[in-house]
Design a protein around this ligand. Structure first.
Ligand code: HEC
Ligand code: HEC
Length: 381
């Protein structure tokens, strides 16, 4: 009898505890998330070979949260560095240093990359070592030369701030902040960074008439030289492609005979991959100096001089850069000064001022207001 009473008492206490627990944590109850899909708008000529993982659909709520996080210095161990420190909108989400400085004494070992049109990228970083944005994000977060912080710590810090728990609830259904959710929201924001409104795009849409020089530059950019037929070319399109100006290829573009940074060889162990790096997007290239994985060139003129006169031979030099010349039997490209200038004028047609200035990608902490969700898709509508 006594035992029964005790037993009953324990059950009642348990039930009370469970009820209290559910009330205290209405978060842990199952919630129906009502999120709105974010419309990713891009021209048909970009193609549909995009990557959005099934378990991380792009929503307006998630994109806004990701944007808050992208500009959040609490993501770093010193609370001073955000993603935007090294990826600034006005520089097409790169920075203007050869190497960047994060939380540590050392700077990064490579040049910060522009974050445009990542929706189409499948191998991230200069050497293509990560396969998804979700996988990529944890690298800068935890790297001692970048943000030097663990995801658990970030989650812990954000959980205690007043603005974040409601944003996580709006996106994921509960206020609980986890590393996985941080990664997902950041990736959602990054997928929205689409650059498709440069004069070159307007030209492709029939809304812009290039100058004679720009058109000449475009033609040279896309053309492989065949001197015996009198065809002059800059031979760039082969690797840099068109019209996204982004190709999922890795090449050794002749920067060094013996490269200090072996690039893709570090991943594959193959000598043929020595000094091979990802063919970088040339979108907004006029604002992303310095250039190359190590930021060695300050100007586009220096880049053109490199391709024209200074390609360094090595066993892994791309075949697309061997013996390309505008002179019969020539070893160097031998474009004229005027031709190089025209190619640069074409490259400047890739500057998308909408991308560089749209408030939709800017720091939301500066303009944070209650009606934030309303403004998210504005630039698209
Ligand atoms: C201290 C500077 C620094 C910080 C902070 C930083 N990055 Fe980067 N980021 C870089 C550098 C440098 C690279 C190129 C590294 C490489 O290839 O090895 C890069 C590359 C990337 C890429 C690859 C782009 C591509 O086309 O492959 C993405 C995406 C990216 N960063 C996103 C982020 C996000 C998101 C954050 C914040 C969580 C962040 N970065 C924080 C410096 C930084
Ligand atoms: C064999 C393939 C190939 C050809 C041909 C080629 N490039 Fe490149 N380009 C690359 C690769 C690979 C990189 C990145 C190399 C690195 O950083 O080490 C690059 C980088 C660049 C960059 C710097 C990008 C950045 O974000 O820093 C510019 C600008 C550029 N190329 C312009 C041109 C122009 C103009 C031509 C034609 C004259 C051309 N390229 C021809 C493969 C090529």
């Amino acid at each position: 009898m006594l035992n029964d009473v005790r037993y009953f008492g324990v059950i009642v206490a348990l039930l009370v505890a469970i009820i209290l627990f559910i009330h205290a944590n209405d978060d842990s109850a199952i919630n129906v998330i009502s999120t709105d899909p974010y419309k990713l708008i891009y021209p048909a000529y970009f193609g549909n070979r995009i990557t959005i993982p099934e378990d991380n659909p792009t929503t307006r709520q998630g994109v806004y949260l990701g944007r808050m996080l992208f500009y959040e210095t609490k993501l770093s161990s010193t609370n001073k560095i955000s993603c935007a420190t090294c990826h600034q909108q006005k520089f097409a989400f790169s920075d203007n240093h050869p190497f960047s400085t994060g939380v540590g004494k050392n700077s990064t070992s490579r040049n910060s990359m522009s974050l445009a049109n990542l929706l189409w990228v499948r191998s991230f970083f200069w050497d293509g070592r990560t396969k998804s944005l979700e996988e990529q994000v944890t690298v800068p977060l935890t790297h001692p030369d970048e943000m030097g912080e663990s995801l658990e710590n970030v989650a812990h810090k954000l959980q205690r701030m007043k603005e974040y728990p409601p944003l996580f609830k709006a996106t994921f259904g509960t206020k609980k902040i986890t590393g996985d959710r941080i990664v997902k929201a950041l990736s959602q924001f990054e997928r929205t960074l689409i650059s498709s409104n440069a004069p070159y795009d307007k030209y492709l849409r029939g809304d812009y008439r290039p100058t004679k020089e720009e058109l000449h530059g475009l033609e040279l950019f896309m053309t492989n030289p065949v001197p015996r037929d009198g065809i002059r070319g800059g031979n760039c399109g082969f690797c840099h492609g068109t019209p996204k100006l982004l190709m999922e290829l890795f090449h050794n573009n002749g920067l060094d005979t013996v490269p200090k940074d072996i690039g893709r060889e570090k991943l594959t162990g193959l000598p043929a991959d020595r000094g091979r790096f990802r063919v970088a997007t040339l979108r907004n290239i006029a604002v992303t100096s310095p250039y190359m994985h190590d930021g060695r060139f300050n100007t586009l003129e220096e880049v053109l001089d490199h391709y024209n006169e200074h390609i360094q031979q090595s066993p892994s030099l791309s075949q697309f850069l061997q013996n390309k010349s505008n002179e019969p039997g020539g070893k160097r490209l031998r474009l004229t000064t005027k031709e190089k200038e025209d190619i640069i004028l074409f490259l400047k047609m890739l500057t998308d001022s909408t991308f560089l200035t749209t408030p939709a990608f800017a720091d939301p902490h500066i303009t944070a207001s209650n009606d934030h969700l309303k403004t998210i898709n504005d630039h698209h509508e």
